[in-house]
Design a protein around this ligand. Structure first.
Ligand SMILES: Cc1cc2nc3c(=O)[nH]c(=O)nc-3n(C[C@H](O)[C@H](O)[C@H](O)COP(=O)(O)O)c2cc1C
Length: 224
């Protein structure tokens, strides 16, 4: 693991196509051990991480696809795309347009767009998915930010090994289904999931690369 930080942080990206072979147990354990060094409020480490692989993964994919066909979403935390307005809305639209273009999907081809979107619930073909739960503490914002710290550390730990993951709010859309399938209590709330494994570098999705605003746009310096 000698990748310089600058390269690592820029090479990490949300891959949306994976090879089916699972990671070996040692790699999986070491990557999670690295992620556990994420900071958290008062070192409470409130993340509750559930990972599915093998038959448990396949069962959960089937259950999520069935839920998507038969019931309305029931996320523990709302996600309203329309609430992203102004610059945030512009960036959201630009991201969707660039991704669909990389896949060769026309903007108005709603059928294809839907099948691209459903790939979320197939974990984009990844052999593993992590589901990040949190305990109920106050209004949840502090614990959710801790879980975000864990998630990014995990994603970087994967990238450092030439592996990849994609964080997915979509995997939190059927929270009751995930809880039921994994035997998790209703008190644990699902923030999002991360599909992960070895990226399939031959896939069309691999060509897509997101952009970033310049620091000057995102950060305001106060000096006096
Ligand atoms: C909390 C969170 C939730 C996300 N949810 C999804 C999702 O449901 N589906 C998806 O394809 N990408 C999802 N993404 C990935 C973002 O689209 C991606 O991080 C962003 O476009 C920047 O691209 P990059 O990760 O390749 O740098 C999510 C990212 C984060 C941090």
């Amino acid at each position: 693991m000698t990748t310089p930080f600058r390269t690592l942080v820029r090479e990490r990206r949300s891959y949306r196509s994976f090879l089916p072979e699972p990671l070996d147990d040692v790699t999986l354990h070491e990557t999670l051990a690295d992620a556990s060094w994420a900071p958290s409020n008062c070192n409470t480490q409130p993340w509750e991480v559930h990972i599915v692989s093998g038959a448990a993964r396949d069962r959960l994919v089937a259950a999520l696809l069935e839920a998507e066909e038969t019931s309305p979403p029931n996320p523990d935390f709302s996600f309203d795309a329309a609430a992203y307005t102004g610059a945030l809305g512009d960036r959201r639209h630009a991201q969707g347009a660039a991704y669909h273009e990389a896949l060769g999907v026309e903007r108005k081809d709603y059928k294809k767009r839907r099948s691209v979107s459903v790939q979320n619930l197939h974990f984009f073909g990844a052999p593993h998915a992590a589901f990040l739960f949190l305990p109920q503490v106050g209004d949840s914002v502090r614990v959710a930010s801790d879980v975000g710290m864990f998630a990014q550390t995990f994603l970087l730990a994967l990238a450092a090994r030439g592996l990849a993951g994609v964080p997915q709010t979509t995997l939190g859309m059927f929270a009751d289904t995930v809880r039921r399938e994994l035997g998790i209590s209703a008190e644990s709330k699902l923030l999002f999931g991360i599909s992960f494994g070895r990226p399939d570098t031959s896939a069309a999705a691999y060509r897509y690369r997101s952009t970033r605003e310049p620091v000057e746009t995102l950060v305001r310096m106060h000096t006096q």
